[in-house]
Design a protein around this ligand. Structure first.
Ligand code: LLP
Length: 428
């Protein structure tokens, strides 16, 4: 859970702001983020890397809110982007394109042009075909693209199969046994300048072991590539560090980074620039999703389920429906009455629309519930399914709070739709 979540009397606060008050002021569903929690997580990375050349590139897919980007950029953070849209957000938030790495298996030529014109720091290239395309695009603009190859170290990160990316048979990265040959190709292409190496083995990783294994495999490659006369200046160790949703005990940020850096030094690579691409571990525990209880629908008869229907749904927070992810749900106002067991579900017309199953809660209609650790992959994966506007977002710092995204209005949702010509419709 969030380090800044606390209960004062019966009411839950994030930092010094009452979640119930914020819900009253801005309506629900409402995402609320702690600025301090984000700062502290970033600082943990930066402190463990202090004294050496490094850059933390926030994987902004986790939460691309401009105010979040602004907060992290001001603290020296760079960004890991995966689309032209994300690049536009970095620029709109005042981020430095010179601190941007561009990841992803399917960059289009248009996105490559956009990123080259913005002069991003590096492209993390994921295939031989992409290398060729990037070189052509760079040559056509009279530029050279700085590249790093994302290699697939073939280690098992031990996470959910949908978010594990470092195994063979996965669409991500360049196979370990092809990497040296592909570096030779990259070095020979006219539009490219090889600058580094990159790996990312998965997400919500809760042990240091897979990171150390991947690092060893990557350092083996660095040595093999440099033996071919190709210099690699930076090591990008990706993101993926997990957070606590349900009793997981991932290594602390500082502890993991320190262990990795010690291994890098021990193998004689301490002079290299080190990059990380964390998403979840920077923002996940900083956020909560607040919703209002609309109706209680107690089950009748033995074994029947009781439903607590709230105004947040799978379109607001997809993780439980998509990954069967367990996320803590707590009442914003504590009641003294006995608790009961509820299926916490939303209004969307799907049986898979649940936020939590079999949760013990003392609630009444009109109460507010908070889903915890919802700062990462919450709002960023929200959709308009069932023509539901996406939630509003608020940032808090101490006892101050700011609306950082307005709630989407129903009329905005069909603003891009085009009606057929009346003549066509009239003709039947
Ligand atoms: N770098 C690359 C190349 C990535 O693909 C990702 C995440 C990251 C960094 C950041 O990983 P993180 O530190 O956040 O674990 N929607 C899923 C997570 C998908 C992660 C995709 N890639 C979820 O809700 O659990």
């Amino acid at each position: 859970g969030s380090p800044h979540l606390n209960r004062r009397g019966p009411s839950l606060h994030l930092e010094d702001c009452s979640l119930r008050e914020l819900a009253r002021r801005h309506g629900t569903p409402l995402y609320v983020y702690s600025r301090r929690a984000m700062h502290e997580a970033l600082t943990a990375y930066q402190q463990a890397l202090a004294g050496r050349d490094h850059l933390v590139c926030y994987a902004m897919k986790a939460n691309p809110s401009l105010a979040v980007l602004q907060t992290l950029a001001a603290a020296g953070c760079g960004f890991d982007i995966v689309s032209g849209g994300e690049l536009e957000r970095v620029l709109a938030a005042g981020g430095d394109p010179g601190k941007v790495v561009f990841s992803g298996v399917g960059k289009t030529a248009a996105e490559m042009r956009q990123a080259l014109r913005a002069d991003v720091m590096c492209f993390n290239v994921e295939s031989e075909a992409e290398l060729q395309r990037l070189s052509e695009v760079a040559v056509s603009l009279g530029r050279r693209a700085r590249v790093s190859l994302r290699v697939n170290p073939d280690v098992d990160a031990g996470t959910h199969p949908y978010i594990s990316t470092g195994l063979k048979g996965n669409k991500f990265g360049i196979a370990h046994d092809r990497a040296v040959a592909v570096y030779a190709q990259a070095a020979a292409l006219p539009g490219l300048e090889v600058v580094g190496i990159d790996c990312h083995i998965g997400s919500q990783i809760t042990q240091a072991g897979p990171y150390l294994d991947a690092l060893d495999r990557v350092l083996d490659l660095v040595e093999a590539v440099e033996a071919q006369g190709i210099a690699l200046h930076h090591l990008d160790l990706g993101g993926g560090l997990g957070i606590t949703y349900d009793g997981e005990r991932p290594p602390a940020i500082g502890e993991l980074v320190t262990r990795l850096v010690e291994r890098i030094d021990a193998r004689g690579h301490g002079h290299r620039r080190i990059l990380f691409e964390p998403g979840r571990s920077l923002v996940g525990n900083a956020g909560v999703l607040v919703s209002e209880v609309l109706y209680l629908k107690p089950g009748s008869g033995p074994g029947a389920k009781s439903f607590c229907i709230v105004d947040a749904a799978m379109n607001d927070l997809m993780r439980p429906a998509m990954y069967e992810a367990w996320m803590a749900i707590v009442a914003c106002e504590q009641r003294d009455e006995p608790a009961a067991r509820w299926e916490v579900v939303g209004p969307v017309c799907e049986s898979g629309d649940w936020l939590g199953r079999d949760r013990t809660l003392a609630v009444q209609a009109g109460d507010h519930l908070a889903v915890l650790s919802a700062g990462a992959y919450g709002m960023s994966m929200a959709s308009n399914y069932n023509s539901r506007g996406r939630a509003a977002e608020v940032m808090v710092d101490g006892d101050q709070s700011w609306l950082i995204r307005r709630r989407e209005q129903p009329s905005e949702l069909h603003a891009h739709d085009l009606l057929l010509p009346p003549s066509v419709v009239a003709a039947g």
